[in-house]
Design a protein around this ligand. Structure first.
Ligand SMILES: [Cu+2]
Length: 99
């Protein structure tokens, strides 16, 4: 019983190692959390969301008014973090990337 298990484990490890190598190349999707301190009322997230949705490559936007942050998923071959922060700033809501 020991041999099949360890062979399976090796196989699993090999596929995980392969996935780790391949993933950064084909997956160009990034998610960043932007801190948007200027969002002070319930209407603000609508403006922020609208501004971010106009950035080419953005696929998902989640705005959390309580935390004053926007979680943005984008294709990093089309958009960039700078494009996202520019978009919110141009809409009147300067933002910074939350580490
Ligand atoms: Cu507001």
């Amino acid at each position: 019983m020991k041999t099949p298990v360890s062979a399976q484990a090796k196989k699993l490890f090999a596929s995980l190692a392969l996935a780790a190598v391949v993933a950064p190349v084909c997956a160009a999707t990034q998610t960043v959390t932007l801190s948007v301190p200027g969002m002070t009322c319930a209407a603000c997230p609508i403006t922020v969301k609208k501004a971010l949705s106009k950035v080419d490559g953005v696929s998902r936007i989640e705005v959390d008014i309580d935390k004053r942050e926007a979680i943005v998923t984008f294709d990093d071959s089309k958009a960039s973090v700078a494009a996202l922060t520019d978009a919110t700033r141009n809409a009147g809501y300067p933002s910074t990337v939350r580490p």
